[in-house]
Ligand binder design. Structure first.
Ligand code: KG4
Ligand code: ZN
Length: 338
């Protein structure tokens, strides 16, 4: 069979990304244009993000084709993330993919963004196959999912309030560290003491697999109110490291507890927060101790990218799971609707 080539789009938040993915999840091109315009606001401004997607998407598409030495005629299908995400942003990708599918007369494939994150693991680990326990941790989501296939998945736990990435971002804002906060906290924590402040680990009963991070955020706020500015500046790495440790402890303990309870042999991490070095180290250590296999994506595929959307679309292409041209975007959260 000829090699399949999928042209994929990802515009759910503040990264415009276009990729071309070939058979066996081979990435022929993966371009990401990260929007720095939001940095000064300490969070994503949806309207600005949508407008930048419109500005970027044509250029990136041309460049992706050029980089991989292909033309539109070589493409077998168009793929796009439809949900969850910022509705105005999603609509840019969906409208563009639909227009191309119509004008080129090629099939259109709709991909849930969270499923895309799970598939980011396939790019480097072709041999990875379900079932596995998947910890999906991004800026907007925190879910522990038992994954058999996309029609067969069980949400074991999810956050009751803030997502893990959101917590990193909000705490970084409180500490005046900039946006997005996760990578910054990760970096400065390397020089800090993770036990400097004992921040709370919420819902830490062994059989509770939901997450909660809003108490941690409040606790950091209260802590900072009671310290003077010089002390905070002097110990910024220690405070950041202590917050990171509280988030990582919750993520690791709940995932490992469930894996042990149900004899799960493979854990997969996905989403922006799976780039976190402390989380990778601690999960690796705990999984190794119990002979559980652990997978996480290469750094470039942890955060939002279109290659993961193309990878998820490949399996849908094989099943001829095509979307109609009246496909719409929707912002519904979670993996439930794949
Ligand atoms: O998956 P993603 O790119 O976008 C969403 O779907 O939300 O995740 C973005 C999130 C941000 O909250 C960012 O701070 C976080 O991932 N993040 C990290 C790291 N790199 C990105 N969090 C902790 N440590 C990191 N190294
Ligand atoms: Zn994402």
């Amino acid at each position: 069979m000829n090699e399949i080539k999928i042209l994929a789009f990802e515009t759910s938040c503040d990264d415009t990304s276009v990729a071309i993915v070939g058979s066996n999840y081979k990435v022929l091109s993966n371009l990401v244009s990260s929007q720095t315009i939001h940095d000064e606001f300490g969070g994503v401004v949806p309207e600005l993000a949508s407008r930048l997607h419109i500005k970027n998407i044509v250029k990136l598409t041309r460049l992706a084709l050029h980089q991989s030495g292909l033309t539109f005629q070589d493409i077998d299908a168009l793929a796009v993330s439809t949900n969850p995400g910022l509705i105005g942003c999603l609509l840019v990708g969906v409208s563009f993919a639909k227009a191309l599918a119509y004008s080129l007369n090629k099939p259109l494939i709709a991909v849930n963004h969270m499923l895309g994150h799970i598939y980011s693991n396939k790019i480097a680990n072709n041999e990875l196959s379900p079932p596995y326990l998947c910890l999906i941790i991004s800026g907007g989501h925190t879910e522990l999912v038992y994954f058999i296939d996309e029609d067969n998945l069980e949400v074991i736990g999810k956050t009751l309030d803030d997502a893990a990435g959101e917590t990193f971002d909000k705490v970084a804002k409180q500490l005046n560290l900039g946006y997005p906060g996760g990578p910054i906290i990760d970096r400065i924590s390397k020089n800090g003491d993770p036990n400097f402040v004992k921040f709370p680990r919420a819902l830490n009963r062994k059989n509770n697999f939901n997450f909660s991070f809003s108490g941690l955020k409040t606790s950091v706020m209260t802590y900072l109110k009671n310290q003077d500015a010089d002390f905070v500046n002097q110990h910024i790495s220690d405070i950041a490291s202590s917050v990171q440790q509280a988030i990582v402890d919750s993520l690791v303990s709940k995932t490992i507890n469930y894996a042990l309870l149900k004899n799960v042999s493979t854990i997969v991490m996905a989403g922006g927060v799976s780039a976190n070095s402390k989380l990778r180290f601690q999960m690796e250590h705990k999984a190794g101790k119990h002979n559980i296999k652990l997978f996480y994506p290469p750094l470039e595929y942890c955060v939002d990218n279109a290659a993961m959307i193309g990878a998820a679309a490949l399996d849908k292409y094989a099943k001829r799971e095509f979307a109609p041209l009246d496909l719409n975007a929707f912002s519904t959260k979670g993996t439930r609707i794949l």
